[in-house]
Design a protein around this ligand. Structure first.
Ligand SMILES: [Fe+2]
Length: 159
């Protein structure tokens, strides 16, 4: 598979592929953080946040698969090793054991803000490359996190 097969130029698509692989690495770290929050949540918000974190990691899992398969559609292999994810992700792992419920929400909001920043870079790169398929996909993922940023901030009583 080559970008030419879907009428895109290999040279134009290269920066998009590199950014998508970085994005994939960041999403994996975010995904595992959500699982940690889901498992280690304690206190009066347990029933609310345990379920909310599950909703978010289920979405992240589907998102990760779409990102990786888009990289393949563009003719390149996606990163698939944890070592690559850890090395390339700007989002860092945290220990969720003993983390307070609202600190978990803050950690997830922080990840979402970094992912949205990456998505805005991707929207520019995909536009430059004429890659409307990746642009549309990333835009969908971004809107999900924009909405969830509002909901998590409201839950935490933030402006
Ligand atoms: Fe579970």
């Amino acid at each position: 598979m080559d970008a030419k097969a879907i009428s895109l130029k290999e040279k134009d698509v290269k920066p998009v592929v590199d950014l998508l692989n970085d994005y994939l690495a960041n999403y994996h770290i975010h995904y595992q953080k959500l699982r940690g929050c889901h498992w280690n949540i304690k206190g009066q918000n347990f029933f609310t946040l345990h379920v909310k974190f599950e909703e978010l990691y289920t979405n992240a899992q589907l998102t990760i698969d779409e990102i990786a398969e888009r990289v393949l559609t563009l003719g390149k292999p996606p990163h698939s090793r944890f070592q690559d994810y850890i090395n390339e992700s700007t989002i860092k792992e945290i220990d969720t054991i003993g983390l307070k419920d609202l600190d978990m929400v803050d950690a997830i909001l922080d990840d979402m803000s970094k992912l949205i920043e990456l998505e805005r870079n991707l929207l520019e790169a995909t536009e430059t490359a004429g890659d409307d398929g990746s642009n549309d996909m990333v835009n969908r993922f971004m809107q999900f996190k924009e909405k969830n940023t509002w909901m998590l901030r409201s839950f935490a009583g933030k402006k």
